[in-house]
Design a protein around this ligand. Structure first.
Ligand SMILES: [Zn+2]
Length: 416
């Protein structure tokens, strides 16, 4: 019986689900075997040992996720979401795979698709200058899913500009070069162009993407909206893992309850971003853009409290804890007027959402007690915050279970 399709489905979430399931399969998780056995036609009737003994690939986990929701394939699921979110259906331009190595051919495809040609120099709305140096196929999960066991056949939809940054500040250049030196992979920046790919990315969404090609560390960036500090932030996550050994690579073993998986991921981001921000501030980056986002987040929550609107579920309320706690810890960095208004917003939140306020205080206390200086401290803070967060979500999740239900930090890192 297919699961009920989530309300307001996000392709990003479903991609994360597929990635999570892959990770768990590689960790020989019995729950992953159960899911694959139940929904992947090729694994039906096989034992956990047989399923996890073979090379489970991303396309397998994507197929299982799609089938779980009653779709025949991952591309079908994607088309369905695109239709809901008004995503563009790709222009059908046939790709001759044998000619892809030819830069002239790639340029021709880019022109047909309406992408900016090589050499185009643009400036983001925050003054970051970037130049199109090539066009490449972003190996998305959809392309891997289509491929099955074969090499993925790229689709025109996945052709994106590869960009390089020019006129970077001295500070960013130094950080970029140092980060580049600490991984053996080549850093590749692709402009995800959410304007023409609304189905697969969102404005302001920047991320390091996992690819199957071990040579590259690929960043998908919304170049038109990019700020130097945000680019540094993405590099900062690589730096945290490669130089400071701080990233928390632990992952819940049980895939049975996705909301818990996402809730934990958000807490990891909350804690790790504190560390990334320390790093960026220490290197002299302009934090105004990050401070502005934090302040707007708080102002929005306070405004909603004032209007009398409340989070629909305890878990939605729990998601607000991260926003409030980050502001509590970092508002000292904000400009004076925002910092002054912060307190009146906080009081509104305390009155309307006392449980969110108390939990955010507990988050902040945990960070203040342990700090975020190394992986041990970071993991301890994540554990404590997780405990608070799950309790706030009305979840009787046993705190000790967290330790028992994670994959160790020696799990595969996408950065190495
Ligand atoms: Zn981050």
């Amino acid at each position: 019986m297919p699961e009920e399709f989530p309300q307001g489905p996000s392709l990003e979430h479903l991609r994360k689900q597929a990635k999570a399931l892959l990770k768990l399969s590689h960790a020989r998780n019995p729950e992953a075997a159960r899911l694959l056995g139940a929904y992947h036609p090729a694994f039906r009737g096989h034992t956990s040992l047989e399923i996890l003994g073979g090379p489970v690939q991303l396309c397998d986990t994507q197929l299982a996720i799609a089938r779980q929701y009653g779709f025949s394939s991952w591309p079908e699921l994607k088309i369905h979401i695109d239709s809901l979110t008004g995503g563009a259906s790709p222009a059908v331009i046939p790709v001759d795979t044998s000619r892809i190595p030819d830069p002239g051919y790639r340029g021709q495809l880019a022109a047909q698709k309406g992408l900016p040609p090589v050499g185009t120099v643009s400036t983001s709305r925050h003054g970051v200058q970037y130049r199109v140096v090539d066009h490449g196929f972003a190996m998305t999960h959809a392309s891997l899913a289509r491929a099955g066991d074969n090499d993925p056949i790229p689709m025109i939809e996945e052709l994106l500009p590869i960009i390089s940054f020019s006129g970077m500040s001295r500070r960013l250049t130094d950080f970029y070069v140092e980060t580049d030196c600490c991984t053996s992979k080549q850093l590749v920046f692709m402009d995800s162009m959410p304007g023409i790919h609304p189905g697969s990315t969102a404005p302001g969404l920047n991320q390091v993407v996992t690819t199957q090609d071990p040579r590259y560390l690929v960043f998908h960036l919304d170049a038109a909206n990019l700020h130097e500090t945000i680019l540094a932030h993405e590099l900062g996550h690589v730096w945290l893992e490669m130089v400071e050994g701080c990233e928390d690579q632990r992952f819940p073993r049980s895939y049975a309850d996705l909301p818990r998986v996402f809730q934990l991921e958000c807490i990891q981001s909350f804690v790790l971003d504190l560390r990334v921000n320390v790093l960026l501030q220490g290197r002299g980056f302009d934090m105004a853009v990050i401070d502005g986002e934090q302040w707007e987040g708080i102002r929005d929550i306070a405004a909603q409290c004032e209007r009398g609107s409340r989070p629909r579920t305890a878990r939605t309320a729990a998601a607000l804890i991260n926003v409030v706690a980050a502001a509590m810890l970092e508002y000292g960095r904000w400009p004076r007027d925002a910092a002054q208004n912060f307190h009146s917003c906080l009081m509104k939140i305390r009155t309307a959402l006392p449980e969110v306020y108390r939990a955010a205080e507990a988050f902040a206390t945990s960070v203040e007690r342990h700090g975020v200086a190394d992986r041990e401290a970071i993991c301890r803070v994540i554990d404590e915050c997780a405990r608070v967060s799950f309790r706030a979500a009305g979840d009787d999740f046993d705190p000790e279970e967290l330790r028992r239900t994670v994959v160790g930090p020696d799990d595969v890192s996408p950065y190495r």
